[in-house]
Write a protein that binds this ligand. Structure first.
Ligand code: NAD
Ligand code: COI
Length: 336
């Protein structure tokens, strides 16, 4: 009997795994709540394929452990593949799939809500209310419709973000290295990132973590931005030089920072430190700031998205096992 083994299945995913299992009674589906590591790879023994999601770095040792078990069909329940040693996977003959689009709205909506909360100084107001200080001033808000919003990356998520921001009445401008013809016709694009920096009150990143994009937000780019800018990163931590943003917050240049993804998040986000000392002092400092909104990479985390992630990943894995073309293969022959 064909067998699929899934790693790191959370309680909120279980109903969707069961839904898929019930619709595929001829497939043996088993899972664990543990992450895939070189040590836990053996749990998948006898399986024809594995389903995981992005939380750890999947280095050569993990990939080799699956290879030793003869498992080469690997489906991710998420978009990002930046944590996988892809050349190693390719050299060992793996077939990989991801779920590039499971709910762009989940991520875009989170970015918009957080940006709007920062503009209204909600965290400061919440803190005042908690200590029963009900005075209005000086915690005055800025309306979204008065902002020029600069969107870097107009792919799946960036486009939804643009629509939602426009629904609030913001003026939206955009930059992408590959222009979307529809958006181009509608006149959203500026020619350079410098124009985004110079004109935007809110700047939101919706680009992948590629070597060229690492630390695209740095001291130099921040210097080019408007005073009082809000920076939103719900994409990938390495896009932002966190120390540079802290310098911008300290100088008052940056009004606020939305940080759903953090360059040192691996091993911290989606873990419980509630009774332990946080090992990352910089993160503790950011969390304590009234104008920084930290969320632990949860922009994606909605019921809608999670169902799609599970169902699409299992569908993909079964197609790989059957030797069929999966809906969303990762092209390992491409240079990453
Ligand atoms: P996408 O591939 O649909 O779009 C990315 C766009 O960025 C493309 O249009 C590409 O041309 C453009 N781009 C790449 N480099 C650029 C650069 N230097 N300047 C301008 N444009 C550039 O991707 P997506 O699905 O919209 O995802 C966007 C980001 O969101 C990714 O980083 C992804 O990993 C992240 N993401 C985050 C979460 C979360 O929970 N926080 C969930 C899913 C995806
Ligand atoms: C992705 O799908 O790439 C994400 O960022 C969310 C994931 C880490 C669960």
């Amino acid at each position: 009997m064909t067998k699929i083994f899934a790693y790191a299945i959370r309680k909120d995913e279980e109903p969707y795994v069961t839904e898929w299992k019930n619709a595929h009674k001829d497939i043996d589906v088993d899972y664990t709540d543990q992450l895939l590591t070189p040590e836990t790879a053996k749990l998948a023994k006898g399986a024809d394929g594995v389903v995981t999601y992005q939380q750890l770095d999947y280095k050569a040792d993990t990939i080799e452990a699956l290879d030793k078990l003869g498992i080469h069909n690997w489906s991710l329940r998420n978009v990002g593949i930046d944590n996988i040693d892809l050349p190693k996977a390719k050299s060992l003959g793996f077939k990989l799939t991801n779920v590039p689009v499971y709910s762009p709205n989940a991520i875009a909506e989170h970015a918009v809500v957080q940006a709007a909360r920062l503009l209204r100084q909600d965290k400061r107001m919440d803190e005042k209310i908690a200590r029963h200080d009900f005075r209005w001033a000086p915690t005055i808000g800025r309306e979204v419709r008065d902002q020029t919003v600069g969107v870097i990356g107009t792919g799946h998520i960036g486009q939804v973000f643009m629509k939602l921001m426009e629904a609030f009445g913001a003026k939206v401008i955009a930059y992408d290295i590959y222009r979307n013809p529809e958006l181009e016709k509608q006149g959203y694009y500026v020619d350079t990132l410098d124009e985004i920096y110079a004109q935007s009150d809110v700047i939101s990143l919706h680009v992948p973590d590629t070597p060229e994009n690492v630390h695209m937000i740095n001291d130099e780019s921040i210097k080019k931005m408007k005073d009082g800018v809000v920076i939103v990163n719900v994409s990938r931590g390495p896009l932002v030089d966190t120390d540079a943003v802290i310098r911008g917050l300290d100088s008052g240049k940056i009004f606020g920072f939305v940080m759903d993804t953090y360059e040192s998040e691996v091993g911290i986000f989606n873990n419980d430190f509630s009774n332990k000392e946080l090992p990352d002092k910089r993160l503790a400092d950011l969390i304590a700031r009234p104008n920084v909104l930290v969320t632990p990479h949860t922009a994606f985390y909605t019921t809608h998205a999670v169902r799609n992630m599970v169902v699409k990943a299992f569908d993909n894995n079964l197609k790989l096992i059957k030797g069929e073309t999966p809906d969303t293969p990762v092209d390992l022959d491409k240079e990453f």
